[in-house]
Design a protein around this ligand. Structure first.
Ligand SMILES: C[S@@+](CC[C@H](N)C(=O)[O-])C[C@H]1O[C@@H](n2cnc3c(N)ncnc32)[C@H](O)[C@@H]1O
Length: 315
């Protein structure tokens, strides 16, 4: 049950309770659009992580690297003592480094450190590049630096297959669960392959040939309603910081859960009742007797606590 190493826009940590209902019994987790890889880190099963963004995969390769990991962890830990002004200076040094090496797709542990600095300290957590491919987001004026990186990330990523490339490159095997989380159609925000229609048309054709279980999460865009209507779909209102409104204020979006596997989603994340139902599910999965009358008395925090304890125990 690891947390993603870096904050990632569009990260799906909050939707793990739903993803879990689709991913049950999977032998491996395949993330063709890995980003922060919330699902793979959470389930800690054998995983394949693929992303078109070299910074993402280079980070995971560095964390997986036995020679470079401890230096990376030391550098990250040292930054936790820095104050606002030191962080600001470090941010712009890191941004310059990333931009100077934007055309390189070689393994680079220094670039991995700089990417962590950018992801954790950029304004509003937005990863944006200008037309020349330069990262152009300013410092987010943080007073402290935080990062979830721990030795367990190293242990886990050493076991993963890491692919820098496009989603079609993943090799899907029997028993895999494929979690498809592309950039939203017509949304800004990522390096390459930004939400253009052609990317989503390619995804549509690609999913037609996947016979193993897959789940695709996307906003409630017309393209998805029209093209996936023959497939089991669940819909869920989801609040997020970057929404449809121009000023990104208090925006709410609807997520579609599209899958080739007929899963009747029992609960969605975010509410006390959802957490209680998730706990009931996890207790039953562990082969223990469930007393629902007690569980419905728990607060959301208490339910969350027991979910974490039991999930650790089960894995
Ligand atoms: C919504 S994010 C994934 C977030 C992730 N599920 C998480 O929990 O953090 C989408 C990712 O897809 C990547 N991407 C865009 N086009 C791609 C392509 N053609 N092949 C692989 N990855 C791509 C982006 O770089 C970005 O990291």
């Amino acid at each position: 049950m690891l947390k993603p190493i870096v904050k990632y826009q569009g990260g799906k940590s909050k939707e793990i309770p739903v993803i879990r209902q689709y991913a049950k019994n999977a032998k491996r987790i395949i993330e063709p659009f890995a980003g922060g890889a919330a699902a793979a880190f959470y389930f800690e099963k054998p995983s394949v992580l693929c992303d078109i963004n070299h910074n993402v995969i280079n980070l995971y390769q560095t964390v997986a690297n036995s020679k470079d990991f401890s230096q990376l962890l030391d550098d990250v830990e040292a930054l936790k003592d820095a104050d606002h002004d030191e962080l600001e200076a470090e941010y712009y040094v890191a941004r310059d480094y990333i931009n100077e090496h934007k055309n390189s797709i070689d393994y680079d542990s220094q670039k991995a450190y700089c990417y962590i600095v950018l992801r954790q300290l950029c304004f509003s957590g937005m990863e944006r590049y200008n037309s020349e491919g330069d990262f152009n987001v300013p410092f987010g004026h943080y007073k402290n630096f935080s990062c979830n990186l721990v030795p367990e990330h190293h242990e886990f990523l050493r076991t993963c297959e890491l692919i820098h490339g496009s989603f079609e490159q993943v090799d899907i095997k029997k028993g895999d669960f494929v979690f498809i989380d592309p950039p939203y159609l017509e949304r800004l925000g990522y390096t390459e392959g930004d939400g253009s229609i052609s990317l989503h048309e390619r995804i549509l054709e690609w999913t037609k040939n996947i016979t193993e279980n897959w789940l695709l999460i996307h906003s409630d865009h017309q393209f998805y309603f029209e093209n996936y209507k023959h497939i089991v779909t669940n819909e869920f209102a989801y609040s997020q910081r970057f929404g449809k409104d121009k000023d990104h204020s208090n925006a709410k979006t609807y997520h579609l859960y599209i899958s080739n596997r007929p899963v009747e989603v029992k609960f969605f994340s975010g509410t006390k009742e959802g957490l209680q139902m998730e706990l009931v599910d996890i207790i039953a999965e562990a082969g223990l007797e469930v007393d629902k009358s007690i569980i419905t008395k728990l607060t959301g925090k208490a339910a969350q606590y027991f979910i974490e304890v039991l999930s650790k125990n089960n894995s």
